[in-house]
Design a protein around this ligand. Structure first.
Ligand SMILES: CC(C)(COP(=O)(O)OP(=O)(O)OC[C@H]1O[C@@H](n2cnc3c(N)ncnc32)[C@H](O)[C@@H]1OP(=O)(O)O)[C@@H](O)C(=O)NCCC(=O)NCCS
Length: 274
């Protein structure tokens, strides 16, 4: 039902393995009438790690109600059940990405999180480090990439096994920048309809990421790179390359307890968004 509503003719489960894989860390929750699923969504409980703290949050995604059951309060009821469940599990916030923010705003969510996007169409050769090489992901790279991911001061917490699972999503290209034998950086490009044409995760040295982007630009006229609110040296390097920069809100948040809003900088992009 979720695929038929959200990816007609496609397969949503290939894009979001952490919630659709059997035995994965996420869950699918459904509102049913008899045997029929009327409304469903995906849920993934995660720890947000940010400079100075951690917060437990529940990501809600892929909310869908069967076309013939809409306008009866199904999604509203499902959401409040999910929020109750998350709160019971100690989550302080519910987080989501919305196609229609108004629907969620009326249910207590507000825009939150900072995201900086760059539109990159060319990388001057003068900005490239000639001692770096770029190749595709190889089996055995996963632990090093996970280690580079954990160097981000603000990130969504996840295990090395989860990183390894996410790295092999179909339709996602993972490029690796090496210096000699050492992996120095990586960039993940594309994944399903939500992230087509987007570099949505990267890690390691900004110079290495830039080399990966340069390789990706051999097959694309331009690409988007998502960065956390404070893009730091990566952002500076992209701006030196003439990339166009835009800032916005990342998603929507609803506090589930007495804690209030998320601390600034806690809600950032991450490969395992659902
Ligand atoms: C968005 C979506 C999930 C909403 O599902 P839904 O079950 O129809 O949602 P609800 O019935 O709870 O609420 C929708 C509207 O129905 C009306 N409604 C809600 N409860 C009602 C009730 N008991 N009686 C009559 N009308 C009701 C309200 O007008 C409500 O709109 P509101 O935001 O102004 O309050 C559904 O339209 C959908 O699957 N869309 C396609 C996929 C999609 O866009 N998903 C969101 C991804 S971010």
């Amino acid at each position: 039902m979720m695929t038929s509503v959200l990816r007609p003719g496609g397969d949503l489960s290939l894009e979001y393995p952490l919630v659709f894989d059997e035995g994965g860390p996420g869950a699918l929750l459904a509102l049913t009438e008899g045997e029929e699923v009327l409304s469903a969504c995906a849920v993934l409980e995660r720890e947000l790690i940010y400079p100075g703290g951690r917060a437990r949050a529940g990501f809600i995604g892929s909310v869908a109600t069967r076309a013939d059951a809409r306008g009866r309060g199904c999604a509203t009821q499902l959401l409040s059940e999910v929020e109750r469940l998350l709160k019971g599990h100690g989550c302080e916030h519910a987080l989501l990405w919305a196609d229609d923010p108004n629907f969620y705003q009326r249910r207590g969510y507000r825009l939150d999180g900072r995201e900086t996007d760059y539109l990159v169409s060319e990388i001057p050769s003068t900005e490239l480090d000639p001692s770096l090489n770029v190749r595709s992901l190889l089996s055995g790279d996963e632990d090093r990439l996970h280690e580079l991911y954990t160097r981000h001061g603000a990130r969504v917490g996840r295990s090395a096994q989860e990183t390894a699972r996410l790295l092999v999503c179909p339709e996602m290209k993972v490029l690796i920048a090496t210096r000699g034998e050492q992996i120095e950086a990586y960039a993940c490009f594309g994944r399903g309809a939500d992230l087509a044409g987007v570099v949505h995760e990267w890690g390691g040295s900004p110079e290495g990421v830039l080399s990966c982007l340069d390789a990706l630009l051999e097959q694309a006229d331009s690409l988007f790179l998502m960065a956390p609110g404070a893009a730091g040296p990566m952002g500076e390097l992209l701006e030196a390359c003439g990339a166009i920069r835009a800032e916005g809100r990342l998603g929507m948040v609803k506090p589930l307890g007495a804690v209030g809003g998320l601390p600034e900088g806690a809600f950032v992009w991450g490969l395992d968004s659902i």
